[in-house]
Design a protein around this ligand. Structure first.
Ligand SMILES: [Zn+2]
Ligand SMILES: [Zn+2]
Ligand SMILES: [Zn+2]
Ligand SMILES: [Zn+2]
Ligand SMILES: [Zn+2]
Ligand SMILES: [Zn+2]
Ligand SMILES: [Zn+2]
Ligand SMILES: [Zn+2]
Length: 235
């Protein structure tokens, strides 16, 4: 992975880690390994760099090789959303958008003591329950979901992963208007009020790393709502 180049920039990309960033390709906010352009500082996650290396890709949930088409415009077969650019199967017209391509194959959620597996719609034996066991709303059985075969738990992908599946608690968030570095936290007790909206910080929040400062804000109050939806579903 030495000579990785940004399509638009002439500069080679440098490997960085432990920085919260928005991937220029899949738009997920994460703090896993990333490549940063030394010229324009745009970042892309390691998953995207690997996924965009020319050649056939395999998805653990699809039997045929997939090829990336950056101009493809249509629906993703896993989540049903419109996408520009996708992984397509030449054998069966299966289409997978970037966000779904990079979904974790297994995930933990407090609704089930076992590891949940990412499951594709065409496994017909799983489609008995049409409801999500977390939010209790109906599920489109043509879409991917997480499943526990032991308990027969079936849940929406977004209900399991939440809004920020690639963010690790405890990491540092730098790009805000606050002068000190902020830590990503999820408080269990003693919720402090958000410095932006004034409501208690029960969800993912950014807390100032300087104890005496007592500054805390919801992650949602920093990452604007519409932007967040955009980040999750579009490339
Ligand atoms: Zn990415
Ligand atoms: Zn660049
Ligand atoms: Zn999708
Ligand atoms: Zn196929
Ligand atoms: Zn749900
Ligand atoms: Zn279970
Ligand atoms: Zn807030
Ligand atoms: Zn502070």
């Amino acid at each position: 992975m030495k000579n990785v180049w940004h399509e638009l920039c002439r500069e080679p990309l440098a490997l960085i880690s432990d920085k919260v960033f928005e991937c220029a390709k899949c738009r997920h906010i994460s703090n896993t390994f990333a490549y940063e352009c030394s010229e324009c500082e745009s970042k892309r996650c390691l998953r995207c760099v690997i996924a965009l290396t020319p050649g056939a890709r395999t998805s653990l949930r699809h039997e045929h090789p997939l090829f990336f088409y950056k101009d493809y415009h249509g629906r993703c077969d896993a989540c049903g959303n419109l996408t520009l650019g996708a992984f397509c199967c030449k054998d069966c017209n299966f289409v997978l958008h970037f966000g779904c391509f990079s979904l974790p194959i297994t995930a933990h959620h407090k609704c089930d003591e076992h590891l949940l597996s990412l499951t594709a719609h065409n496994d017909n034996k799983y489609s008995e329950s049409h409801y999500c066991d977390i939010c209790e709303e109906s599920r489109d059985t043509n879409r991917w979901f997480y499943h526990c075969a032991i308990c027969d738990t079936s849940v929406h992908v977004n209900c399991v992963l939440g809004k920020y599946p690639f963010l690790k608690l405890g990491s540092i968030f730098e790009e805000t208007d606050h002068p000190h570095p902020l830590t990503i936290v999820k408080k269990k007790y003693y919720y402090l009020d958000c410095n932006k909206c004034g409501k208690p910080c029960e969800d993912l929040s950014l807390e100032c790393s300087k104890l005496e400062c007592k500054y805390i804000v919801h992650l949602d109050c920093v990452v604007h709502y519409t932007l967040r939806c955009f980040l999750w579903w579009r490339m």
